[in-house]
Design a protein around this ligand. Sequence first.
Ligand code: SF4
Length: 475
Amino acid sequence: MKAESFEKIVDHALADRQLQVALDRGTTRGVNARLLAMSETTDAQALRHQARLARERALNQLPELLEQLERNIIANGGHVLWARDAAELNQHVLTICRQHNVRRVVKGKSMVTEETALNHALEQEGIDVVESDLGEYIIQLAGETPSHIVFPMLHKTKEATAQLLHDKLGMPLTDQPEAMTRFVRGVMRQKYLQADLGISGVNFAIAETGTIATVENEGNNRLSISAPPVHVAVMGLEKVIATWEDYAVLVQLLARSATGQRMTVYNNLISGPRRPDEPDGPEAFYLIILDNGRSRILASEYAESLACIRCGACLNACPVYQNIGGHAYGWVYPGPIGSIITPLLRGPLTAPKLPYASSLCGACQAACPVEINIPDMLLKLRRDLVQAGDPSLGWRLGMKGWAVAFKSPMLYRLGGRIAGWLTRVLARGKGHLRWLPPPFNGWTAHRDFPAFGTPSFRERYLRRFKGQPHDSKKP
Ligand code: SF4
């Protein structure tokens, strides 16, 4: 799926009744759970601010922290590899697989491996890779891609999931999520025991002790990490943080913002391979740190986007995401933060529609646990697109005409009168239009357009305050 075909995918998404039901259920649940969990904190705003400072501290000293992280992991007996891009990360994993004669891999949830299409690279080399996160496993069975950072199968209803498990694995049909989970757990147990290597993502990497943290609710990540003899963790370089104090703040906000929990059920902390006195754990531990455009972002005015802790709260809160779902964004990272990260990582002209996929209502920023100013960055990306010459000739001429009209009171008045008359004629007394001619038909393709009222706001304003001093003209 390509970000370039955004409008076409949006049309399909809006017409897909099952998707609309799934989105409504999933995002409503996500928003309500987060609001409740945040309301339980003594001072949610102060906590968010602390989290923001922790992320800023990390980004401001990123090279030093990454080197500290590397030193400490090596001192703990692990290996650290650096990947400039997706291909290099996949190559590192394949080399590790060859070194350890790996044929079967279990993989916990990781957006970075989605970014590098690691599954595909492994499968091409004949290595069997199974997603261990329940949602990711179902998505893998369906041959689809995740549509949400935290809930990869948010686009699927439980009814569709039951049918899929019935068709692919012979599960007796049920509408009980618990029964489906139990069934998949039985299938997955053998996979962990047979795997030669486990892959995990990283939620935070704590530099001062060389520890990676992964949070989860199913225990699948813990099994993926500890059952196979080799563990490979992959992270974007922005995931490093300075101290355990920072971790303590961020981890509670991540859980509250992502799933509405005070704390996730499993909080895995890994500082290296199994030690001689430990009963279990992998014999070898590798951490691969991916750049893939992140250091370029760090040096730009969009560095703030690297503060993201991938909680998904902005997706749930966004009225655009709530209606079109994650696949419409065309790549790994959907929603408001995806509309920023995708053009930044892949180049603005690869996804020119995404910065416009927002009403700039600010719901994303209000939901964000690290106070990222998403609307501001979306506006800056729109500016970059205009400067890069992306808008069509029609768009540019239209904006120029608009600017001329808005600078001239006479033209503004005249334009308002003509538009008002035209919309009232076309509405034929119904108060709204079902259809507008091109290029305005994008609006009426999905909603009515209200006819302009009469008298206009401007006329009413002037009538009411005519003759009064300027500073008392309050509508
Ligand atoms: S931008 Fe903020 S709300 Fe959105 S996923 Fe990142 S941390 Fe969460």
